[in-house]
Design a protein around this ligand. Structure first.
Ligand SMILES: Cc1ncc(COP(=O)(O)O)c(C=O)c1O
Length: 385
């Protein structure tokens, strides 16, 4: 059977293909966005797992918005903006999809920083949106480009990852956060603030959400994949009350509601007295892994190790001036290390051009131990030096 037209133009995810190759025995993968599976908080969830059979009601159909005790906890814990309501999603990825299906018509304009999270690119492409890339600087988006774009009237939504961006690790400064919020207000553009890495800060000071400066024009996506486990597939979307009704309609049509037993388990974890200490420990582990990666890059690549420092998250973005990152990725895989070439993070119109490739690669540092990260860099260096 022929696939639907809107699907025919979607390219298969490059990252998924690399990830498939990355599981080959002997290959060290810095390609995926995987949290440290050796540090999943499973012991903090053991009691929750064990008591589940005592509560059959958890296994009944539930409410579309989510499991009420979890919603109440999140409302208080995150101090959700006044006028906002929450909807629990099957990962923040589903939240993105719901937003696109609830608010976008084909050819509607979506602005996003370039490079950008490929999962967002896929969702917006599937919705038939017209994607407008905005250059990213080390402190956030290029504001003059953003304002020109907003002023053109072509943009309905601005999708942004202001904390520990995927793939670059960039975090916006306070000033940029305020200015972007002011632009969203001035030009009536809705902001989608995607914050899956926000809790993974290992240096510097936490800054307010951009949405806190323009709550009436913003939706916030949070993910529990990086602070609990990704396999539980849990995220939460918060949006102004009148935007929630169309989102609920789409959610209902999509899967009725997110798994209630998983939501109950997540609540047990978040409310566990030892959870704050677990999160601090996790951030400490990521700091150690990031430092191991950066010092290996400096030892093996010397002057060629051009990496903008990051204060959290899971990724470092290695600049490779004058190199074709796709060729580097293929050669690196042959040497036993998987990485993602920068090309994968740009909209199709901007992506792999033999003459002007995006000269950078993304390196994940959260999943492997310091020793394995060092070995991965040694293998990568054998391609680069
Ligand atoms: C920026 C960004 N948004 C959303 C997601 C999806 O996260 P989730 O597992 O909550 O669906 C990811 C996953 O890596 C991501 O990097």
């Amino acid at each position: 059977m022929q696939t639907a037209k809107h699907l025919q133009q979607i390219q298969p995810s490059y990252i998924r293909e690399i990830l498939a190759a990355a599981t080959t025995e002997g290959v060290i993968s810095l390609a995926g966005g995987l949290p440290a599976s050796d540090h999943f908080p499973l012991s903090l969830m053991a009691e929750g797992f064990a008591k589940m059979p005592d509560t059959p009601a958890l296994f009944q159909y539930g409410e579309t918005r989510g499991y009420k005790p979890l919603l109440d906890y999140l409302d208080e814990h995150y101090r959700v903006a006044s006028g906002h309501q929450m909807l629990v999603c099957s990962g923040s990825q589903q939240g993105l999809d719901l937003i696109a299906r609830a608010f976008l018509n084909p050819a509607d304009g979506v602005a996003m920083e370039a490079p950008c999270y490929p999962g967002a690119l896929q969702v917006f492409a599937l919705a038939g949106a017209s994607i407008h890339p905005v250059e990213q600087n080390p402190t956030g988006p290029n504001l003059s480009q953003l304002e020109l774009l907003f002023a053109s009237g072509k943009v309905k939504l601005f999708y942004a990852v202001p904390d520990f961006h995927n793939p670059t690790g960039v975090s916006w400064t306070l000033d940029i956060r305020k200015q972007v919020a002011a632009l969203c207000r001035q030009y009536e553009v809705a902001l989608i603030e995607d914050a899956p890495y926000r809790e993974l800060r290992f240096a510097g000071q936490q800054l307010p959400l951009v949405a806190s400066f323009c709550p009436e024009r913003a939706m916030v996506l949070r993910s529990f994949s990086k602070i609990s486990t990704p396999g539980m597939r849990l995220g939460v979307l918060s949006a102004p009350e009148d935007w929630l009704a169309p989102l609920l309609k789409v959610k209902q049509a999509s899967d009725l509601h997110t798994s209630i037993p998983m939501q109950a388990l997540l609540l047990d974890l978040l409310a566990h007295p030892a959870f704050p200490a677990y999160l601090r420990q996790l951030c400490g582990i990521y700091r150690e892994r990031y430092q191991a990666l950066v010092s290996a890059l400096s030892d093996y690549l010397g002057q060629e190790a051009i990496v903008e420092p990051v204060e959290g998250g899971m990724f470092a973005w290695l600049q490779l001036p004058g190199r074709d990152p796709l060729a580097v990725a293929k050669e690196a895989l042959a040497k036993g290390v998987a990485i993602v070439p920068g090309n994968a993070f740009f909209p199709a119109s901007e992506s792999p051009q033999a003459e002007s490739p995006v000269s950078a690669i993304r390196l994940n540092f959260s999943h492997e131990t310091p020793g394995t990260l060092r070995e991965a860099v040694r293998r990568l260096a054998s391609v680069l030096v």
